[in-house]
Design a binder for this molecule. Structure first.
Ligand SMILES: *Cc1c(COP(=O)(O)O)cnc(C)c1O
Length: 444
């Protein structure tokens, strides 16, 4: 039996209608190098989505490989309660230099959703232990995405992932998010004053007294279709949170480590959130690891004699895994020594220019928006910003056609996007854009 058939015999793939695999069997990948993946027949694919946004510095990166190999021969894992190890400590030291000032305490877990759950519990317990037990609820933005466990789903508002589970979810407050492409104030994201922030102001007036925290994806609502909004929104939110004593949780799982052009999206607004969630690029996309980072203010509310019962009783078996830490340490080293962000800034402009030249005149292209190396192409039926009927599955058609061209492009509904490893070079960008154009030509 060939591998694809065997795969379907056993495996229930993530986020998939398995019936689709009858027509398009899984692609069995044999190896990767840089931005490329190769299947078992030797066919090449450009990984333009960084394998779900996590591969930061290319596949099979020698420096990351070496770091993990060295660690592997010393210690693969150890319980992280009462025990610790060099790689975790060094990693926190390294990250301390690049995260927003004031974030000082690191709580390890093993995936993005888990780091969000940790942040929510931390915020809730903080209010409970500082004499504000009425502050129990969470706020979030519409179209937000924070993972797919029950708590994370509760603060997400993408119906695609959440609607069926609503009876299981927490009762959270959803604030209408910025929608810059279809701005109802007739403004433009580069010059506006975040007029849409009034939705947040109203929600805070009404609900802040019962709210412990708000969670957001800073500047980029990834899963919603790479929706980009301006830093001024973040600044205003930071101020509002302080005014109403609501904690600000910033989910930088997708935006962290240079994806938006700066090390963190928060840096555009020069804010320090109360809690920050990191994962994805943290290990370069090598090993599942996440960190929830917070301030002394929050940490101190948990610090007491044991019998006061104030400890944060939260744990994961693989918290602080040394192999993950060794990968993350190598990532930090490469980011620094190879000036990755500076180079990516130049390539980001190049990629945007390329896409603009090739696609902006296309009748079905509504907007090409970008931040850092991330570029998103919003497909519309005409220039009046009307999207395609989701049942046509235009994105999926283009996905299949791109695969034939050797490009792993995985649209979000009607939005095609590029979110490549930061090490992509100009020739590779040219190749990827050509393949994307060919795929689009076949479908539209
Ligand atoms: C991917 C993602 C998550 C969830 O991370 P998992 O590791 O898939 O659980 C949460 N928030 C954002 C913004 C993400 O992009």
């Amino acid at each position: 039996m060939d591998l694809a058939k065997k795969d379907l015999k056993y495996i229930w793939h993530p986020c998939s209608q398995m019936k689709d695999y009858e027509a398009l069997p899984p692609i069995i990948i044999d190896r990767g190098k840089g931005i490329y993946l190769y299947d078992v027949d030797g066919k090449e694919y450009i990984d333009i989505v960084s394998s779900w946004w996590c591969n930061l510095l290319g596949h099979c990166n020698e420096k990351i490989n070496d770091s993990i190999k060295k660690q592997l021969d010393k210690l693969e894992h150890v319980i992280f309660a009462n025990f610790s190890h060099g790689p975790a400590i060094s990693l926190c030291e390294e990250l301390s230099d690049i995260i927003p000032k004031g974030l000082t305490k690191f709580n390890f877990s093993d995936n993005g959703s888990a780091s969000v759950e940790c942040a929510l519990k931390m915020a809730f317990q903080y209010m409970h232990q500082t004499g504000k037990p009425r502050k129990k609820r969470f706020m979030c933005l519409s179209e937000g995405y924070h993972g797919e466990t029950i708590g994370a789903l509760s603060v997400g508002s993408m119906d695609l992932y959440a609607s069926i589970y609503k009876p299981m979810l927490m009762d959270t407050i959803h604030i209408e998010a910025p929608d810059c492409y279809r701005c109802s104030y007739g403004k433009c994201r580069n010059t506006c004053g975040a007029e849409c922030f009034e939705h947040a102001e109203k929600a805070f007036e009404q609900y802040a007294e019962e709210t412990c925290a708000i969670i957001i994806e800073p500047l980029l609502q990834g899963s919603a279709g790479m929706r980009i909004y301006p830093p001024i929104y973040l600044k205003k939110l930071d101020t509002l949170c302080k005014q109403y004593d609501v904690l600000l949780i910033v989910d930088e799982i997708a935006t962290g480590f240079g994806r938006t052009g700066k090390m963190f999206a928060c840096d555009y607004a020069q804010i320090t959130p109360d809690i920050m969630c990191l994962s994805k690029g943290l290990t370069g996309g090598y090993l599942p690891m996440a960190i929830t980072i917070t301030t002394n203010k929050i940490y101190d509310a948990f610090y007491a004699d044991y019998n006061e019962g104030k400890a944060f009783m939260h744990s994961h078996t693989y918290s602080g895994n040394p192999l993950g830490c060794s990968a993350a340490l190598a990532v930090q080293k490469v980011l620094k020594e190879d000036n990755v962000l500076e180079k990516a800034a130049i390539r980001g402009k190049y990629l945007h220019q390329k896409l603009w030249e090739n696609l902006m005149d296309h009748p079905n292209v509504g907007e090409i928006r970008n931040i850092g190396l991330i570029n998103a192409i919003e497909l519309v039926t005409d220039k009046k910003k009307i999207g395609f009927d989701p049942r046509l599955r235009i994105g999926y058609q283009i996905y299949k056609s791109a695969l034939q061209e050797g490009l792993l492009l995985r649209p979000l509904g009607n939005v095609l996007y590029f979110n490549p490893p930061l090490i992509i070079n100009e020739d590779e960008i040219d190749k990827a854009v050509e393949r994307c154009m060919a795929a689009i030509r076949k479908i539209l």
